[in-house]
Design a protein around this ligand. Structure first.
Ligand code: GDP
Ligand code: GDP
Length: 434
């Protein structure tokens, strides 16, 4: 999926624009607290084209020197990672030196840049936006992020210039992404599995720009590792590493079927792991948690694994039906078991259950434990069916869907998980009007 980044100096309205573009659609929005400021990432769609949008954030003012350096950084990262850039300036402030500075950096890439003159809330302001033609960045799009005017024209232009979607790859093997914080052991894992014998692996093109997957075929397993190039050549040292490694993670998750979330046993499952986990979940991908460097954990008792698992489940609740494997990449312990479970999760994700079978299972159960009557009305679920989606999604048809609340949906989901193996897979339960 194409990436559109919003850049510009602080206070020009980047996050307001971000919020407007992402809107209230069923968007995946994540916030990262970076060193400097929160960043946002979400999905947007215009004229039938979907894209990922990033608010690269502004920087808290420091000394002018630091400030300029940070703007340079922000811009160069955006140029590295994004397919299109929306360069936002502030009509009310008019043209500033910093705008000119940014324009000078990005001008060589102007075919991928759209200039938005924000805060053009009325026609007088719209006229003022003409000033920004001086930047020599082509057409100026006067917009108001606050009231929305002009944003349609802006998006027309952005979408028009987005690269065509890469043709869907031939390879129909399971796509496995290895994600996790730096130093968890991700590249060691891949190298351990693939590095010894060159015959095991072949590079295959990924579906996103500059990603290279690795086709793996050994020990009875055949699948593609997503974006191994990014893992192997340690990414350029970015000062803003955290955000950009997260961006890579996002791309890998989107491209995968199942994610291996690797953590370092000596560090534990922390906030960033929770963020990655929820990204996987919200993208509806399968997940297996590998607790690596188990060799380094001292004084292990028979209970250590159980306790460790429990502590992780507490953090990932309510989606706790997730396999965990304790491995040591260094000592090659349980690596094949990890692959085995990962591919089982892939199967779980793709299982299709016939409507007749689902109804035979659910209808008697619902009869026995019906949704609680609300406002004196009986709620009846008539039938259930699996929806044709790339992830398991179930629709229950009811007379009064609005009265069926989350606890009852959770009950349905739990029963589903008891009956079928959806371990490692987020399932979606929706209630529809019969
Ligand atoms: P950022 O630092 O570039 O992300 O800027 P923000 O989105 O935080 O906006 C900075 C300020 O500008 C806030 O007070 C916004 O309410 C205001 N603002 C953003 N967009 C508009 C707009 O289109 N018109 C006006 N009048 N104010 C805006
Ligand atoms: P990445 O940033 O997630 O790709 O992590 P690396 O694969 O570069 O590994 C980070 C460090 O952890 C390296 O020094 C590895 O040698 C070490 N490491 C990886 N796996 C293990 C393991 O299972 N046990 C021990 N003791 N060290 C490991």
């Amino acid at each position: 999926m194409a990436i559109v980044a919003i850049i510009g100096r602080p206070n020009v309205g980047k996050s307001t624009l971000f919020n407007r573009l992402v809107g209230s659609r069923d968007a995946i929005v994540n916030e990262f607290s970076g060193v400097t400021r929160d960043r946002h990432y979400g999905k947007s769609e215009w004229n039938g084209k979907e894209f990922t949008i990033i608010d690269t954030g502004g920087y808290v003012t420091g000394s002018d020197d630091v400030f300029e350096k940070e703007i340079r950084n922000q811009v160069s990262h955006a140029l590295d990672e994004a397919d299109m850039i929306i360069f936002v300036v502030d009509t009310a402030d008019g043209l500033t030196d910093l705008d000119k500075e940014v324009a000078n950096i990005i001008r060589p890439h102007s075919k991928n840049i759209v200039l938005a003159s924000n805060k053009a809330d009325n026609s007088e302001r719209e006229m003022m936006s003409a000033e920004f033609y001086q930047l020599g960045m082509g057409q100026v799009f006067p917009i108001s992020a606050i009231n929305g005017s002009g944003t349609g024209d802006l998006l027309d232009e952005v979408v028009e210039r987005l690269p065509e979607e890469a043709p869907k790859e031939e390879s129909e093997f399971p796509k496995i992404a290895v994600v996790g914080r730096p130093n968890a052991g991700k590249s060691s894992f891949i190298n351990q599995l693939t590095g010894q014998d060159r015959n095991i692996v072949t590079p295959v093109a990924g579906t996103t720009r500059d990603s290279i997957n690795t086709h793996f075929n050994a020990y009875g397993f055949e699948f593609d590792f997503v974006d191994t190039a990014g893992l192997r050549k340690k990414s350029k040292v970015h000062e803003d590493l955290e955000f950009y490694s997260t961006l890579r993670t996002i791309k890998s998750i989107e491209e995968s079927d199942v994610c291996i979330l690797m953590i370092d046993a000596t560090v534990g499952f922390n906030v960033q792991d929770v963020t990655i986990f929820s990204l996987i979940q919200r993208n509806k991908k399968g997940v297996v948690i590998l607790i690596n460097k188990w060799d380094l954990v001292e004084n292990k008792t028979t209970n250590s694994i159980k306790e460790y698992e429990e502590s992780i489940r507490e953090r990932i609740a309510p989606f706790v039906d997730v396999p965990m494997v304790f491995v040591s990449v260094k000592d090659k312990q349980r690596l094949l078991k990890a692959l085995d479970i990962t591919l089982k999760v892939y199967e779980n994700k793709n299982q299709k259950i016939r409507t007749s079978e689902l109804n035979e299972f659910f209808l008697p159960l619902i009869d026995r434990y019906p949704p609680p009557a609300t406002k004196g009305k009986f709620i009846k679920i008539k039938y259930v069916t699996m929806l044709p989606k790339p992830f398991p999604a179930f629709a229950f048809f009811a007379n009064l869907p609005q009265y069926i609340k989350d606890p009852y949906k959770r009950f349905l989901e739990n029963k589903l998980r008891e009956q079928y193996d959806f371990t490692g897979i987020p399932v979606v339960i929706s209630i529809k009007k019969k």
